[in-house]
Write a protein that binds this ligand. Structure first.
Ligand code: ATP
Ligand code: MG
Ligand code: MG
Length: 557
């Protein structure tokens, strides 16, 4: 029975539940390896794993897939937990570590050795690879394939005592070197790694491979649906093989199943942990949380909200086909969210002074500024108006072309939330740069006054020169200049970076209300400019803002 509105994974789960499989239980898991920070691709998996459990009243395990001591660390473990919580998901007390299953996996391996289903191979990785064959030609049996169970057991136990160097021996499953599925050609179960593990120390000298750990970990935890990405499709028969050996006669009562969906790939970025780590280690970016990174901590610092990420993931959907997802869809999702939710403020990024010559020098008015016209009850905040203001340098031209509806001598514009002003002239330095613009204001034109509805073509944002605060503004853009950096074969990915992905403005002028009200991670619309959020580098003296995204898609063709 096909239910409307379900994606294919949700439909499979619904069917299994309806058929009463696994006693009608639903238990998913999210299995990150603690060897890097989570990125938006992981968010797609998290939304699926936790989302489908929420939908059908199931549970979700967080399992650290920590079976390789070489690159793993507790720094990553902590960051991963923080980022999952930020997305709005919680595993409760269902926190697990694959390393906790090392003893059970070891026992299972010994069992397979005793049953003649596993053997120790003394060949190098290269020799083993050379014997694998091709998808259309069978592989060759290893000369060590027919060792007795006694000999295999003795060698495996000594491998784990540290008697042999790394790379000298592996434990392999004895399956079929002529199988159509390459993963059945005597896959490696264990290799020797002498580096201590961040959780189990130097207890183990052999570590299980992914294929010998993942399905069994699912089984030990009672996971019913093990949802992963498409590259694991060819691994699925091996997953089933080991899980069935483990379950034996009880397979009809409980057996986990693997389901695969397409990865999230984004244009104008890279998602490989190896490449992201390289950008961090070579200081191309300021860290894993650099606002240009596709990591969740980077997106958070950039000003993305969890809801915008979920909306984007929902829009692109889950399919059985690999795709490259357009980053402008992600940008659209955050622009849409911030348009509805970000407070409107005034900031001038490239200031030039305006003097209102008919406004008294000692007078200050506090004008009411709308917080958010998209929301009925968003209210207002006060912004001071005085004789000297800053506007954007670009909003003035002494000799403008036709259709320039901003400030120019002899013409009027409205100041956002304030008066209509008329330009009467400007002052320039020896190089011809404008240093000051003179205007008069029309006192009748404030909102609620008789002249308030008089039509003028342009509206400018502004701040009061005496009251505004200096701010640093970081203008971020896409990290790469090419659409699909991972597809480039001719050039190293670091040659494809966008040279304009960051511009820093250190003397922007922002309205004073922000100094008292803006907290780290708060999000604002700078009127007429774009969406910005407060960076943790901010100090009580100087706010730092990151541009999340412009008001319009500047990359649209
Ligand atoms: P690497 O291959 O660099 O080690 P990984 O992406 O496999 O990294 P894991 O920590 O193993 O990292 O990933 C945890 C889970 O997130 C896995 O189930 C994986 O399938 C899923 N995942 C990773 N990248 C993506 C992606 N781009 N789209 C969807 N799911 C992803
Ligand atoms: Mg992985
Ligand atoms: Mg991987």
């Amino acid at each position: 029975e096909k239910k409307a509105g379900l994606n294919f994974v949700q439909q499979l789960v619904a069917d299994d539940l309806k058929a009463g499989k696994n006693g009608g239980r639903l238990n998913t898991r999210f299995p990150p390896e603690p060897n890097g920070y989570l990125h938006i691709g992981h968010a797609k998996a998290i939304c699926m794993d936790f989302g489908v459990a929420e939908m059908f009243g199931g549970t979700t395990n967080l399992r650290f897939d920590d079976t390789n001591p070489v690159k793993e660390d507790t720094e990553y473990e902590q960051a991963i937990m923080r980022d999952i919580h930020w997305l709005g998901y919680d595993w409760g007390d269902r926190l697990y570590y694959a390393s906790d299953y090392f003893p059970k996996l070891f026992d299972f391996a010994i069992d397979l050795i005793k049953r003649g289903l596993a053997y120790v191979d003394d060949q190098s990785a290269e020799q083993i690879a050379a014997q694998k064959g091709t998808p259309t030609t069978p592989g060759q049996n290893s000369p060590y394939r027919d060792r007795t169970p006694e000999e295999n057991l003795d060698l495996f136990l000594r491998m784990n005592k540290g008697e042999f160097p790394e790379g000298s021996r592996v434990l392999r499953a004895k399956i079929d070197m002529a199988s159509d599925n390459m993963h059945f050609r005597d896959p490696i179960m264990y290799r020797i790694i002498l580096k201590p593990h961040w959780r189990t120390g130097d207890k183990w000298k052999v570590y299980p491979m992914y294929d010998f750990a993942h399905g069994q970990s699912d089984y030990f935890e009672g996971v019913t649906h093990s949802i992963c990405t498409l590259e694991f499709v060819p691994h699925r028969p091996l997953y089933d093989y080991f899980v069935r050996l483990l379950a034996g006669d009880t397979v009809d009562q409980y057996c986990p199943r693997q389901i695969e969906f397409n990865r999230l790939n984004l244009t104008y970025t890279v998602m490989s942990k190896r490449k992201l780590r390289q950008l961090v280690e070579e200081h191309t970016v300021s860290g894993w949380d650099d606002p240009r990174m596709p990591t969740l901590c980077g997106l958070r610092r950039r000003g993305y909200t969890p809801q915008s990420i979920k909306n984007f993931i929902n829009d692109i959907g889950y399919t059985k086909y690999e795709a490259l997802n357009d980053i402008s869809l992600l940008e659209h999702a955050i622009r849409d969210d911030l348009n509805r939710n970000a407070t409107r403020v005034c900031a001038v990024l490239n200031p030039v002074k305006v003097v209102i010559t008919n406004y008294p020098d000692d007078k200050v008015e506090l004008l009411d500024m709308d917080n958010n016209p998209e929301q009925e009850n968003a209210g207002t905040h006060k912004m001071p108006f005085s004789r000297e203001l800053y506007i954007e340098r670009d909003d003035f031209m002494e000799n403008p072309p036709k259709k320039f509806f901003r400030l120019t001598p002899g013409k009027e514009v409205r100041l956002k939330g304030g008066y209509i002003i008329m330009c009467t002239g400007c002052t320039k330095d020896a190089q011809g740069n404008v240093t000051e613009i003179q205007c008069t204001y029309d006192p009748d034109t404030l909102s609620g006054m008789p002249g308030a509805n008089r039509k003028v073509k342009g509206t400018l944002h502004w701040v009061s020169a005496r009251h505004c605060h200096d701010a640093e503004v970081r203008l971020y853009d896409r990290l790469f200049a090419v659409e699909n950096p991972s597809a480039e074969t001719e050039r190293d990915f670091r040659e494809l970076l966008n040279p304009d992905s960051l511009k820093v403005i250190d003397n922007a002028k922002v309205e004073p209300w922000l100094a008292d009200n803006a907290k780290v991670e708060d999000k604002f619309q700078f009127q007429r400019i774009g969406y910005f959020c407060v960076d943790p580098d901010s100090t009580p003296e100087k706010l730092v803002f990151n541009r999340t995204i412009g008001l319009k898609d500047s990359w649209a063709k």
